[in-house]
Design a protein around this ligand. Structure first.
Ligand SMILES: Cc1ncc(COP(=O)(O)O)c(C=O)c1O
Length: 437
């Protein structure tokens, strides 16, 4: 939340709004952990009648103290004066709930700054629009979430933007080859998704960073990564060379399947143009969703840890079941494989979203899905409840058959996101559903 003071004035004599109390980030040299900071960071009860929790600020605009203060705010918002808006101006630009949420999002990845958006896709669209120009080439890992692929290839393609891709698990040499080809033109950013939706394939972010530095030098493209599947708990890509981390906060961060929102986390320099684009097109999250997300972040570590532990138990019970062909779970990567190597260097947990390949095809997968009693038959992931879906007939129904085959989106694939229920209850549910196959 913005830091200004009731009685203080700036150097030009313009009075500034009230200052919140300085946040306590360490005690006796001990740096406080995100799970502690989620309870109060960025919010002063004194500024809201002593309310323990921030109120939801349902207002479209904010009253200036004086005409000169209004001018100063707009100089900040429009970039006439560097440093951005110092206070709250208009709810398409910022608001108290969004600013507190953003301060807390940044904490998880020890980032300088964060921005919140109305959806994961609006976060992605705003980051892309802020950086690309006609004639540019976006280099991306493949596969990407289907709507992201559509946005890059079909929508930005209409404005003269090109793309080149490399497979998610690409080696340094393969990444070098694609970046060298792309270097013939302007490359504003390298866009990654790891693990990829829907294959769970991991990208070697460290290799992408090293390759881009070797090929582009100091003027290298921004490295942007969608960390929705493992973040912010199990993978922190800023530590591995990414510049901007994007989230569908709809998933694990929101965590209760009751809101749609997005986020971007990184340096102030990388987020500056994104903030300006968000100010222009209004892709900020609304105050109510921002408030819900703050509540969700208080339990993020608890929820994700429990879901991760549950997934490990459920996957262990499914592996080797006579009706199961394969369990595509990050905890089961083949030792010594490239994916296992990337996992060990980048991830601290295997997550709770995985692919279950049944013996058979669509008939067997549908019989399994229809027999589930606890797990709900729905798309999305990262909620408190366990969800199961059939990508080939649902989220990826429009993907061409050859591409589906290439990505392993077969008719016997069931996608599962494990929640925080009792693990043995889930095991019992999957067991009885497998009997119905
Ligand atoms: C990896 C990934 N990125 C982005 C999105 C888009 O997020 P949203 O639905 O919040 O716009 C999704 C949605 O499923 C996703 O799985």
């Amino acid at each position: 939340m913005d830091e200004t003071n009731e009685t203080e004035s700036d150097l030009t004599g313009v009075p500034l709004r009230r200052r919140r109390k300085q946040d306590v980030l360490e005690i006796g040299g001990r740096r406080l952990q995100p799970s502690t900071l989620m309870m109060g960071h960025g919010y002063s009860p004194a500024l809201s009648e002593g309310a323990l929790k921030p109120p939801i600020f349902l207002t479209s605009t904010f009253v200036f103290e004086s005409a000169a203060a209004g001018k100063r705010h707009f100089e900040g918002v429009t970039g006439i004066r560097p440093g951005g808006a110092e206070g709250l101006v208009y709810s398409r630009f910022n608001g108290p709930n969004q600013e507190i949420l953003e301060d807390r999002l940044a904490i998880w990845e020890d980032a300088e700054d964060a921005l919140s958006f109305s959806s994961g896709m609006s976060a992605i669209a705003t980051v892309l629009l802020a950086n690309v120009r006609p004639g540019d080439t976006i280099v991306h890992s493949a596969p990407l979430y289907a709507a992201t692929e559509t946005l890059i290839a079909k929508i930005l393609g209409r404005f003269g933007v090109h793309w080149l891709d490399f497979p998610a698990g690409a080696t340094r040499q393969e990444i070098d080859a694609v970046l060298t080809r792309a270097n013939a033109g302007r490359v504003p950013l390298i866009y990654l998704e790891s693990p990829a939706n829907p294959t769970n394939a991991l990208v070697d972010v460290e290799a992408v960073r090293a390759s881009s530095e070797a090929i582009f030098g100091e003027d290298r493209p921004l490295i942007v990564i969608d960390n929705t599947f493992l973040g912010p708990l199990w993978q922190k890509p800023l530590q591995h060379g990414a510049d901007l981390v994007i989230y569908s906060l709809t998933k694990y961060a929101g965590g209760h399947s009751d809101l749609v929102a997005g986020g971007a986390v990184g340096s102030k320099a990388a987020l500056g143009p994104v903030r300006a684009m968000r100010n222009t097109i209004g892709t900020i999250t609304d105050p109510h969703s921002a408030w819900m997300l703050m509540r969700s972040l208080e339990t993020l570590e608890l929820r994700m840890s429990r879901a991760g532990e549950n997934a490990a138990k459920v996957c262990a019970s499914l592996r080797g079941h006579p009706k199961v062909e394969h369990v595509g779970y990050l905890g089961f990567l083949e030792e010594g494989s490239r994916q296992a190597d990337i996992y060990q260097r980048h991830c601290s947990g295997a997550g709770s979203t995985f692919s279950l390949y049944l013996k058979g095809g669509e008939r067997e997968a549908f019989a399994f899905l229809d027999a589930l009693k606890i797990a709900k038959l729905a798309v999305s992931l990262g909620g408190t409840e366990t969800l199961a879906s059939h990508p080939a007939a649902m989220t990826h129904i429009s993907v061409a058959a050859a591409r589906k085959e290439e990505l392993g989106i077969s008719d016997n694939l069931v996608r599962i996101s494990i929640g925080v229920e009792d693990a043995d209850d889930l095991i019992a549910d999957f067991d009885q559903a497998l009997k119905a196959v």
